[in-house]
Design a binder for this molecule. Structure first.
Ligand code: HEC
Ligand code: HEC
Ligand code: HEC
Ligand code: HEC
Ligand code: HEC
Ligand code: HEC
Length: 431
């Protein structure tokens, strides 16, 4: 038993030495240096366009078919670019050349290994948060990954292993010392119990500590269970990945497109609706390339609408875009947009948050009954204050009549909350 442990000890030591001395990022660093020296004048490793295309995702789009084919194409291209451009025989390059109008300098002095390191660098490249060359902006479509720091954990685990090894080494030294003393004194030496039995003995002899330990473990398990149950059905913050990387920040924010342009039924009906692909095509027939995602995402709009950007004709099949629904009240509750947006004059952002800053839309509010009711208690009904001019109070004659009656009944009331017009009645929100 202890002999076996002795061997395991050395294996563990060797393993740890390996873990701490291997430098995994060597290839990537080498690739970065070669890229900066030979390619960076014309290419960004990210999406930004320069003299040549931004190389982000290039491996997926270059010809060659499988990985081996792509490797062959890539090495050949970088070493013989000028010959390839001038021959006009590679349709992929012909297209790029037409778009960039510049011949890439061939790089025959670089070895295959060096070029593969460059490829590795590009495909694993993550733009820093503050990229000066893209106007100081982070590509919104590449989420900033929170780097999990495993180093501390690795250290802790290693320390624990070292500790165990030390303890067991000391233990066996102590054992053999005791043994030799026993032999010398001619006394009987009792072999110590193997580890698991030892532990059980300890538990049996320390009932109070054992009890406390069990309670602690049970408590932690219970809290874990409790929190996982409590978060069931809480959709606040829900942010599914959509079929097209559509950004509200780019459309409603940077380009100032009004919410109603796309969600036009919000003012008139219960539902706001999601715009059909034809609405996208109003602009994207012309805008074929995005700053961040190039042609990749916009191509999906063309696919959905059956549009062929080469010919400018709708000659394909139409396939609706399958947007994933984010907000969804249970069937038992009724919510009406026009009542809030048009009659109540509430801004979209009051309920949906700073949509014009969201690259990926998420559910901002709780959407619980308590949320609806709190707002109905606190919010004044627009245009119903006694000081409001009667003529322009409500745009809807039904409300006008109701408002006039309410005012007649409550001459002393200055402002009315939604509560006062029946906003807390169960039947208003539940059929
Ligand atoms: C003098 C500018 C220049 C330099 C330097 C340069 N390139 Fe290019 N590269 C281009 C241009 C321009 C194109 C587009 C094709 C054309 O017009 O020649 C291109 C195209 C490419 C493509 C295809 C891009 C795509 O989107 O599919 C790859 C891959 C590529 N270059 C890799 C490299 C690598 C790797 C290096 C460095 C070892 C490098 N380039 C150095 C200008 C350059
Ligand atoms: C250019 C068209 C466009 C504009 C302008 C626009 N949206 Fe949208 N909106 C969409 C599309 C497409 C979706 C579905 C994809 C998604 O959820 O990101 C959507 C989804 C939403 C959703 C979530 C729907 C769900 O699934 O629950 C909300 C809320 C929303 N938009 C609010 C707004 C607000 C508020 C504004 C104005 C600040 C706005 N939108 C402007 C196109 C647009
Ligand atoms: C008073 C709060 C409130 C306001 C104001 C509001 N919304 Fe909503 N919105 C909701 C709720 C609640 C839902 C979920 C409705 C459901 O599931 O039936 C929703 C759902 C949506 C959806 C998903 C599709 C749908 O109709 O269910 C879109 C898109 C949307 N809102 C856009 C807008 C836009 C654009 C505005 C402003 C013009 C706006 N909302 C104003 C509360 C609000
Ligand atoms: C009123 C005009 C307009 C409408 C409608 C519109 N877009 Fe856009 N879209 C733009 C503009 C402007 C840009 C920015 C182009 C750029 O980056 O230079 C853009 C960019 C994009 C991009 C690329 C983002 C990037 O930077 O890479 C995608 C994807 C996109 N839109 C999807 C959609 C979808 C899906 C719809 C329909 C739901 C839509 N757009 C409707 C004007 C519009
Ligand atoms: C940001 C505040 C706000 C939130 C949140 C809100 N409401 Fe309202 N609601 C109003 C206002 C203001 C009115 C009054 C509109 C008017 O002038 O008739 C109203 C009116 C209504 C009415 C009509 C009441 C009546 O007596 O005519 C219903 C039904 C309603 N809301 C349902 C809901 C539901 C369901 C939710 C939650 C999903 C909700 N509201 C969330 C502000 C809010
Ligand atoms: C302003 C709108 C509004 C009013 C008024 C309202 N509710 Fe609700 N109620 C909701 C919404 C929205 C939900 C769904 C939200 C959720 O599941 O948390 C809901 C959910 C419920 C549920 C289901 C809870 C669950 O967990 O599934 C019950 C039961 C209910 N309401 C009863 C009532 C009763 C009884 C009244 C009258 C005293 C009432 N509601 C008044 C909006 C309202």
């Amino acid at each position: 038993m202890s002999e076996m442990f002795g061997k395991v000890k050395y294996l563990l030591l060797v393993f740890m030495v390996l873990v701490f001395t291997t430098d995994y990022s060597l290839a990537q660093e080498e690739g970065a240096a070669i890229f900066k020296a030979n390619c960076a004048t014309c290419h960004s490793p990210g999406a930004r366009r320069g003299t040549g295309p931004g190389l982000q995702g290039f491996w997926d789009r270059i010809p060659g078919g499988d990985d081996a084919g792509k490797t062959k194409w890539y090495l050949n291209w970088v070493k013989n670019s000028a010959t390839i451009v001038n021959s006009g025989k590679d349709p992929y390059i012909n297209k790029l050349y037409k778009e960039y109008g510049s011949v890439m300098t061939p790089q025959p002095h670089l070895s295959d290994e060096e070029l593969l390191a460059v490829k590795e660098y590009i495909i694993t490249y993550e733009p820093p948060v503050d990229v000066a060359d893209s106007g100081g902006k982070q590509n919104p479509f590449i989420p900033v990954k929170e780097k999990t720091d495993y180093t501390t954990m690795l250290w802790l685990v290693s320390l624990a292993i070292i500790f165990i090894i030390l303890v067991s080494a000391l233990g066996s030294i102590k054992n053999s010392l005791q043994k030799s003393i026993a032999v010398k004194d001619d006394k009987e030496f009792k072999e110590p119990l193997p580890f698991p039995k030892n532990l059980l003995n300890w538990f049996a002899n320390h009932k109070l500590q054992t009890g406390l330990l069990i309670i602690l473990v049970a408590f932690i398990a219970f809290m874990q269970l409790y929190y996982s149950l409590m978060s069931v059905g809480v959709y606040q913050g829900y942010k599914p990945e959509q079929p097209i990387k559509f950004s509200h920040a780019i459309h409603a924010g940077e380009n100032g497109i009004s919410c109603i342009y796309c969600h036009h039924s919000a003012e008139k009906s219960a539902h706001s609706g999601i715009p059909s692909v034809n609405v996208c095509m109003n602009c994207h027939k012309g805008i074929q390339k995005g700053t961040w995602t190039g042609t990749e995402e916009i191509a999906k709009i063309y696919e959905a609408s059956g549009f062929n950007p080469e010919t400018g004709k709708y000659d394909g099949e139409q396939k609706p875009i399958k947007w994933i629904r984010i907000h969804n009240l249970p069937d038992l509750a009724y919510f009406n947009h026009s009542q809030h947006v048009t009659v109540g004059e509430i801004e979209c952002q009051t309920c949906h948050g700073p949509v014009e800053e969201m690259h990926e839309l998420y559910q901002y509010s709780e959407l619980t009954m308590g949320w609806c009711i709190n707002c109905h208690r606190e919010t004044e009904v627009a245009g119903l204050a006694a000081s409001d001019d009667e003529g322009e109070v409500a745009k809807n004659p039904y409300y006008q009549k109701m408002f006039n009656e309410l005012r007649a009944q409550h001459k002393d009331v200055e402002v009315f909350q939604v509560e006062d017009i029946g906003g807390l009645e169960c039947s208003k929100c539940h059929y």
